[in-house]
Design a protein around this ligand. Structure first.
Ligand SMILES: [Cu+2]
Length: 112
């Protein structure tokens, strides 16, 4: 009698694990708050993308400089919006919000 229930539970657990963005190998999610990035450091492999989601109540920018200090992205996100960027080259990328850079709203993406 219990066996079908256990099988359903096992399948549901597998489905949940498969949907989790944080465990995916090719996609990471960074949550933007008022006013910081969470997490503040992300480690990926070159070619992987990072999604930035504005979960705060203010507008923020996702501004990215590559290791040679060349700007590669500058996107304004209103509350609830998301954007993603694929880090094709290896290096430590400086990601910050132009509006709140002065209060330390920045993070690092390490692609290696
Ligand atoms: Cu900001």
């Amino acid at each position: 009698m219990l066996r079908p229930v256990l099988i359903v539970l096992a399948l549901a657990t597998l489905a949940l694990a498969g949907c989790s963005g944080s465990t995916s190998t090719d996609h990471q999610v960074v949550e933007i708050r008022d006013s910081n990035f969470n997490p503040s450091t992300v480690n990926i492999a070159p070619g992987q993308s990072v999604e930035f989601h504005n979960a705060g109540s203010l507008s923020h920018t996702v501004t990215i400089h590559d290791p040679a200090a060349k700007q590669v992205k500058d996107t304004v996100l209103t509350p609830g919006q998301s954007t993603s960027y694929t880090f094709s080259g290896a290096g430590a990328y400086h990601v910050f919000c132009r509006f709140h850079e002065g209060s330390g709203m920045a993070m690092t993406v390490n692609a290696k």
